[in-house]
Design a protein around this ligand. Structure first.
Ligand SMILES: Cc1cc2nc3c(=O)[nH]c(=O)nc-3n(C[C@H](O)[C@H](O)[C@H](O)COP(=O)(O)OP(=O)(O)OC[C@H]3O[C@@H](n4cnc5c(N)ncnc54)[C@H](O)[C@@H]3O)c2cc1C
Length: 606
């Protein structure tokens, strides 16, 4: 049976010692209320809810799944009650403005909260999670009437939200969206079309569901330039702002999936549904990006969540399961065999899991500080501020989403491996983590799309390499501070070399791309993974630096925690970081190696 314990010690290490959130909060308007005591209270409250309320539901709910009957979806036993407790605790509103009923705390606290509930029970967390993007979109692009009507209920959590982009023919390529929006005389729109794969599209947790829908106005330009965004509530709000008349949006079916079976993935039919334009006509995709950046960050958190849960549950097993003797000599002579944690190869698996879970958390908490500034821009209606920080996050988003979800699948695989054959058996839950983690590289833009976004849009077209020059300059500046530190020398030396190499690789790819555009597609996956391993190296070096300092200072905290951080950093640099070299070499392969083969020559089946 899987169990979850919130890693508060590690979270606080990052928030207090590595990134000094308290000083950062002083630079925010929303930071006023986020004093150390309040932050601790939020962390503890969320940990209690995650560990005690939703974690025990995770495995049984997977077995039970969601039920579909005549357009209605019933979530698994316990989900509704847990959701009610979540609403009563005010948890949905942690980072939203007080005028809509929120606590007005920084967005980073919402992300930390998402990590805890996501690790305890990812599919459950998707119901409130999808609402976050909906709230952000209405906050950013809605008019006053829309904000006043929808935000209080969404922030309270009594209504939930969805994002309705995908159609059967239009997934990655949203330019192919066909759903139609025709104007009514009263300023509303008639929405007709079918959306597929809509998470939380129908369920029994809330009084109303607010769909954010991509659709085309009559005579709209072809492709992505002709898409507009609409609010389509399941129940049209009445004069008192309560869920009123039933709208023409119904759930046609739910998907039977490999994982996240307790998250309802719905086909939604829009039949003359009443919709309300949000933002400007034909600018829907731009507006949807607010939604998507939040959602992609959410998926990166999913990666850390699965990594953490797999690691937490593999470790005790490795300390109990006995098999053979350690090669260096018997460790437990009074037992029939040594525990498997005594074998270096099992330690390789465990340390990889630990390095990825904690390294990924550090990468997210770092970006969360930019999310704080971006969210403040949205809440204050300050477009310039929003754009500035959205741009900054834009460089990190594809790496966090693409790289962390790929390595989370590796962690989940290692979790099964540590359990041996038992890992393949449902009872232990390790196969559940692997099944649930698998979706993370697919939705919110596949890894391929993240990689193209990073190399094509952010690095080459968007900045001609400047984003990499800026990022590596900041890493090298940090390395400079430790140049004479003998403990840190091995880390900063490796990082400095990587920074120089990353810039060289970027220039070489840009030059190659002038003659051969396909190289961007051919090299982007290697580029993404290279960027991910390099960024994570920087994070492990930073954590090691803080750990050395803490050990030197002494104090009340146990030194073992810091020693383990340094040892994990060493493991990461010695055993994992060499993978970056392979990606560096591979990304320089001419695209011809991939594009050269005729499509008909891939197989010669009769
Ligand atoms: C469980 C689940 C939940 C989901 N939740 C939602 C939701 O709430 N709302 C919503 O709107 N959608 C949702 N989706 C849809 C999801 O976002 C899409 O499935 C995803 O974006 C991929 O689209 P697709 O399935 O059409 O694949 P395709 O776009 O057909 O892609 C197929 C393959 O081709 C590759 N590819 C495509 N174009 C390119 C290119 N230009 N260059 C290189 N490679 C390319 C892709 O990387 C992928 O490997 C969900 C899907 C699932 C399975």
């Amino acid at each position: 049976m899987l169990t979850y314990k919130a890693p508060l010690r590690d979270m606080k290490f990052l928030m207090n010692d590595v990134f000094d959130f308290q000083t950062h909060y002083k630079t925010l308007n929303t930071g006023e209320n986020a004093d150390a005591e309040t932050v601790d209270m939020i962390l503890q409250g969320m940990a209690d809810f995650a560990e005690g309320v939703i974690s025990p539901l995770y495995q049984p709910a997977d077995e039970e799944g969601c039920k579909f009957d005549n357009g209605e979806v019933t979530t698994p036993t316990g989900f509704k009650d847990a959701y009610q407790q979540y609403v009563e605790g005010g948890w949905q509103g942690v980072s939203y403005p007080e005028e809509y009923g929120g606590m007005n705390l920084p967005m980073s606290l919402n992300l930390v909260k998402s990590e805890m509930i996501g690790t305890a029970n990812w599919p459950w967390s998707m119901y409130p999670g999808l609402s976050t993007g909906c709230i952000n979109t209405i906050l950013h692009y809605g008019d006053k009437e829309q904000k006043d009507l929808y935000l209080p209920k969404l922030v309270e959590g009594s209504w939930s939200g969805t994002m309705c982009l995908t159609e059967a023919q239009a997934g990655t390529d949203l330019g192919q969206v066909k759903t139609k929006a025709e104007p009514n005389d009263d300023g509303t729109f008639r929405i007709n079309g079918t959306k597929i794969f809509i998470s939380s599209g129908e369920h029994d947790l809330t009084d109303n569901i607010v769909h954010i829908v991509l659709a085309r106005l009559p005579h709209a330009p072809e492709g992505t330039k002709g898409i507009s965004l609409f609010i389509v509530p399941k129940f049209i709000p009445d004069a008192d702002g309560e869920a009123g008349e039933r709208n023409g949006v119904t759930c046609g079916s739910i998907e039977h999936k490999m994982g996240i079976s307790s998250s309802a993935t719905c086909v939604l039919n829009f039949d003359d549904a009443t919709g309300y334009l949000i933002g400007k006509p034909h600018k829907g995709l731009r507006a949807m990006f607010t939604f998507m950046n939040t959602a992609r960050m959410g998926t990166a958190i999913q990666a850390v969540a699965h990594s953490e849960l797999a690691f937490q549950n593999a470790l005790p097993y490795a300390k109990e399961r006995r098999s053979m003797r350690a090669l260096s000599g018997t460790k437990e002579p009074n037992e029939v065999a040594d525990t498997i944690i005594n074998h270096a190869d099992v330690r390789r698996l465990l340390l990889t899991m630990k390095a990825f879970a904690e390294g990924g958390r550090s990468m997210i908490y770092h970006a969360a500080r930019y999310a704080d500034k971006m969210a403040e821009g949205i809440a204050e209606g300050d477009e310039e501020k929003f754009e500035k920080w959205d741009d900054k996050i834009g460089f990190y988003t594809p790496v966090l989403k693409g790289f962390l979800t790929e390595i989370a699948n590796e962690v989940a695989k290692h979790g099964i491996q540590i359990y041996g054959g038992h890992g393949y058996i449902k009872e232990w839950g390790m196969e559940l983590i692997a099944r649930d983690a698998r979706i993370s590289t697919l939705y919110e833009g596949t890894t391929g799309v993240q990689a193209l976004d990073l190399l094509g849009r952010k690095v080459i077209l968007g900045s001609k390499g400047k984003v990499v020059r800026d990022y590596t300059a900041s890493v090298m500046k940090w390395c400079g501070e430790y140049a004479l530190d003998k403990d840190m020398r091995k880390f900063v030396w490796a990082l400095t070399k990587l920074c120089a190499e990353w810039n060289t690789l970027t220039v070489r790819i840009m030059l190659m791309a002038r003659k051969d555009r396909e190289i961007i597609s051919a090299a982007c996956d290697d580029y993404l993974m290279y960027a991910g391993y390099t960024m994570m190296a920087y994070h492990w070096a930073r954590m090691a630096a803080v750990a050395y300092k803490k050990l030197e200072e002494g104090g009340e905290e146990s030194p073992e925690f810091y020693k383990a951080k340094i040892q994990t950093a060493e493991f990461y640099f010695d055993k994992i970081l060499p993978r970056a070299s392979g990606h560096a070499e591979s990304m320089m392969t001419p695209s011809e190696v991939m594009t050269g083969m005729d499509a008909e020559s891939f197989s010669f089946l009769d």
